[in-house]
Design a protein around this ligand. Structure first.
Ligand code: PMP
Length: 438
């Protein structure tokens, strides 16, 4: 199968690499894990993206989650244009941000929210608030969970779980990460050990509501208790708080996010992606007594020049209002179909894999033969990157744009109609065949 033309993308990539480190504004876009030339996008509409060489792909990235309704949804575009014509930023409160806050509160258990510009800001601010409210310094995070590039959360586990973390990036100081304890996701004993050792110093536990950044790893049940419920119970027993990060799952896996599926939530929650409708908007929220500790009511400082930006707010509010039960039902149906068909295609070519999901959010792990479930990072990390790379390029060459890393979720939208789904289903056996040859 000849590869698609990539001359224009390659030329842009060469220019980009001279002026932007790695040629990209966020690392995974550079295709380092899969090789080849990153696709430079010219435009997108509905379920499709078109690159600068004119190749059209069915999009399974969806801007890494925000595009729940598909690209360039006409009603979202209208709302954005209307908002922009009335001024693009005021640095003053607006009615629209009140409406967006009300919409988030109507869909989730939070009582108050503050709007910010990115998921990173949301988790960074929620952590500060948890530390401010408890007067404690330490946080527990999980290996393989990503919460944005917050210094204290850019931490790799030491040897074994429940260890004090080490910086996973130069520029993050040992002092910053000394207050971060890394545990293994779904490993209750590691959390119990951390609390036994540091109980009265721990401000909070932060966890993805369902992990989606090491591939999709839902919170597991044990003895009738969900892992997130266990985290809440254990944190509270020690006077600590729980933050559930719903930046990826929020308003995607159900109209009320992961909380809508399993009923579990933190004292604080973080949101992003879908609620910005493709613009930079995110939020953190929680119990009113905690949120009232924020400036200007309380002492915990947090602010932002563009926070509650009227154009982003219009995009997010319109997206949420259009995200009806029918939208979620359609995405759920297509996600189930795609999971089944990916499994069939990989089985037919004897490519070992595990498929996991939380609601409509799913991913395919190219784990070695014999692995049947992925509960945490230590297993997710055993994936055959070369097999994934072959599968990825098999899809790309056949007009399907999947996230260029085996640790990413697959994102569908309401714009993925039968024609778009058929295109993916046709490409799957070709990609699976390429993966077998890897
Ligand atoms: N939390 C989670 C669960 C995420 O998936 C992400 C982004 N993938 C973030 C936080 C950070 O969000 P942003 O990239 O908007 O800073």
């Amino acid at each position: 199968m000849p590869s698609l033309p990539t001359e224009q993308s390659a030329a842009l990539f060469e220019r980009a690499a001279k002026v932007i480190p790695g040629g990209v504004s966020s690392p995974v876009r550079a295709f380092r894990a899969v090789g080849g030339t990153p696709v430079f996008i010219r435009s997108a509409a509905g379920a499709y993206v078109t690159d600068v060489d004119g190749n059209e792909y069915v999009d399974l990235v969806g801007s890494w989650g925000p595009m729940l309704l598909g690209h360039a949804h006409p009603e979202v575009l209208d709302a954005v244009a209307r908002a922009a014509r009335q001024g693009t930023s005021f640095g003053a409160p607006t009615g629209a941000e009140v409406e967006l806050a009300e919409e988030i509160i109507a869909r989730t258990p939070v009582e108050q929210v503050r709007l910010v510009n990115s998921g990173t800001e949301a988790t960074m601010s929620a952590l500060r608030l948890a530390r401010g409210a408890t007067g404690r310094d330490k946080v527990i995070k999980f290996e393989g969970c990503y919460h944005g590039h917050v210094d204290s959360l850019l931490v790799a586990a030491g040897s074994g779980a429940a260890t004090l973390g080490h910086p996973s990036s130069p520029g993050v100081t040992e002092a910053t990460t000394a207050d971060t304890i890394v545990c293994a996701y779904n490993d209750r004993a590691s959390v119990e050990r951390a609390f036994a050792e540091h109980g009265d110093e721990i401000a909070c536990v932060i966890a993805e509501a369902a992990a989606g950044n090491m591939g999709v790893v839902p919170p597991m049940e044990a003895d009738g208790e969900n892992f997130t419920a266990f985290l809440a119970r254990t944190a509270h027993a020690h006077g600590a708080l729980l933050i559930t990060d719903e930046v990826m799952t929020g308003f995607r896996v159900s109209r009320s996010g992961q909380w809508g599926l399993d009923g579990q939530h933190g004292d604080l929650m973080t949101f992003g992606k879908v609620m910005g409708g493709g613009f930079p908007a995110a939020a953190f929220g929680g119990r009113a007594d905690l949120m009232q500790q924020l400036s200007p009511v309380g002492p915990v400082y947090q602010a932002g020049t563009l926070s509650g930006n009227p154009v982003a707010t219009a995009a997010g509010l319109t997206t949420l209002r259009l995200a009806t039960d029918e939208v979620y039902a359609q995405i759920d149906r297509n996600a189930a179909l795609l999971r089944a068909e990916v499994g069939k295609a990989l089985d037919a070519f004897q490519v070992p894999h595990v498929i996991q999901h939380s609601g409509n959010l799913f991913s395919v792990f190219f784990t070695p033969q014999g692995v049947t479930a992925v509960p945490d990072w230590s297993v997710a990390a055993t994936q055959r990157q070369d097999v994934f790379a072959a599968f990825f390029h098999g899809l790309l060459d056949n007009g399907v744009y999947l996230g260029p890393s085996c640790f990413e979720a697959w994102f569908l939208s309401a714009a993925h109609d039968d024609a778009a789904m058929d295109r993916i289903l046709e490409a799957l056996p070709k990609a699976a065949a390429a993966a077998r040859l890897a």
